[in-house]
Design a protein around this ligand. Structure first.
Ligand SMILES: Cc1ncc(COP(=O)(O)O)c(C=O)c1O
Length: 451
């Protein structure tokens, strides 16, 4: 932080905040205290500005404080701030449910249920899959992040801190290896690679995972916190067919990757598959607390109240924000913009990869993805120190970026980011790689960065 021109106010607030706000809810990167944000630009308490490459964890796809979203919220706030849909109807709930039914894949009857966070939507997914099938086991993937409630944390397998001191978890969840394309061996064809990973799954089915007890399979079509890994089409096809052949619910978590983030409205659309259940949150209501489960009607009818309800779910102000966010996505062509800008960003990172051996892999899908830093391209040994040095340099030079898994740069700006802002951010990243190679970059302090 020393190189930042001004950070006295932020530091003061950080010290005060650390005394009262518990660490379990905060992943430490930099001692920055934000004051305001607009579009893709953040401003801290000391007046420093940053280009936002995180979009508050992919929760601000339409950009910070979009005027259309603010206006819709203000109008709704003045009429009905909240009345729980657990007891009485309100028009915003119906309008948003219908919108979600219309824009999600699947030409079949669907129903929707709202919650407050991505985590509770994934808990609901578990409940519905079990209720509908009458079976118990949910299959999830290593590297998945599905949330922080007991159910969704159990579905996750990405950090020991999501286990330590908190077990026992919810019973009945089994994990299989995610086909991590960066793990493809030299001389291994894509088919051989998929066969190898499908073999891990088959081995599970033959040893500890009875197929007739599986209620549902939950996937991130593109794993986010797991390192921005896109499932190969062939593996996805086999997995989907497996669920059809065995009457298993196929559920997709679109909480991170949905709503235009990956260059499609939903990441599962890259694969031409309509899931039985889709969960969404984060950018749904532009960062306001709202989640949704969208599922086949017969699955969603398999539980009765109060099987999955929350007093503040379906808040009409949040629903108004969500409806306005969908309008913005459509009016500003943000899905197509994400796709096109994403190609540009991928090309620029691939050019950097040619120059800098520290870049092991570039995985960009839409305005979204990861750049994996390694000590050695052959061994693929992660280089978290270089990643931490680089993001520290970026922060000191007006670009806010974080990492996943320690060594993967996380690239998820608001989709409204201008080409000018994008170029500025990418130029700074490129300069950062050059300084890193020359050995000019330092860590900000000796405190741990990231998870
Ligand atoms: C793929 C995915 N699912 C679920 C969640 C949990 O969402 P929330 O933090 O809103 O509970 C996240 C959050 O990062 C996520 O990335």
């Amino acid at each position: 932080m020393e190189n930042l021109k001004h950070n006295e106010k932020s530091m003061k607030m950080v010290k005060k905040s650390d005394k009262v706000y518990a660490g379990a809810g905060q992943i430490r990167y930099f001692d920055i205290c934000l004051e305001s944000a607009k579009g893709a630009i953040l401003k801290d308490l000391d007046g420093n500005e940053y280009i936002d490459l995180l979009a508050t964890a992919s929760a601000m796809n339409v950009g910070h404080s979009h005027p259309k979203v603010l206006a819709a919220m203000e109008k709704q706030m003045k009429t009905l701030l909240h009345y729980t849909p657990a007891y009485f109807y309100n028009p915003k709930v119906e309008q948003l449910a219908q919108k979600l039914i219309d824009v999600t894949p699947g030409d079949f009857e669907k129903k929707v249920l709202f919650g407050n966070s991505g985590s509770d939507a994934n808990d609901g997914m578990m409940k519905f899959a079990r209720a509908y099938t009458g079976r118990k086991t949910i299959v999830s993937f290593v590297g998945a992040y599905h949330g922080s409630t007991y159910g969704s944390m159990t579905l996750s397998a990405v950090s020991l801190n999501m286990r330590r001191k908190m077990t026992p978890l919810v019973s009945g969840v089994e994990y299989i290896p995610f086909p991590n394309t960066y793990d493809r061996k030299e001389n291994e064809s894509e088919k051989e690679f998929v066969d190898r990973y499908w073999g891990y799954f088959e081995n599970a089915l033959n040893t500890y995972l009875p197929v007739d007890e599986i209620a549902g399979v939950i996937i991130e079509a593109i794993q986010g916190d797991g390192g921005f890994l896109k499932m190969p089409q062939e593996y996805m096809d086999r997995l989907y067919k497996f669920t059809r052949d065995n009457n298993i619910v196929f559920a997709v978590d679109e909480i991170n990757q949905g709503l235009g983030r990956s260059g499609k409205m939903w990441s599962i659309e890259h694969f031409g598959i309509a899931p039985d259940i889709l969960t969404t949150a984060k950018s749904l209501a532009s960062g306001m607390p709202l989640s949704a489960i969208v599922g086949r009607k017969e699955i969603m009818d398999s539980l009765e109240a109060p099987g999955h309800l929350f007093t503040t779910s379906g808040n009409p102000v949040c629903c108004a924000a969500a409806l306005a966010s969908f309008d913005v996505i459509e009016e500003e062509n943000l899905v197509e913009k994400s796709r096109k800008d994403g190609e540009y960003v991928r090309e620029r990172f691939e050019k950097m990869q040619e120059k800098y051996p520290v870049i092991g892999d570039v995985r960009i899908y839409g305005l979204n993805g990861g750049v994996e830093l390694v000590k050695d391209r052959k061994t693929k040994e992660p280089d978290s120190e270089s990643a931490s040095k680089l993001i520290t340099y970026l922060m000191q030079n007006g670009v806010l970026m974080i990492t996943v898994k320690g060594n993967v740069l996380r690239f998820q700006p608001p989709l409204v980011i201008t080409r000018d802002q994008l170029d500025k951010a990418l130029d700074t990243i490129e300069k950062g790689f050059s300084e890193l190679e020359k050995g000019n970059l330092e860590l900000a302090d000796d405190k741990k960065i990231g998870w």
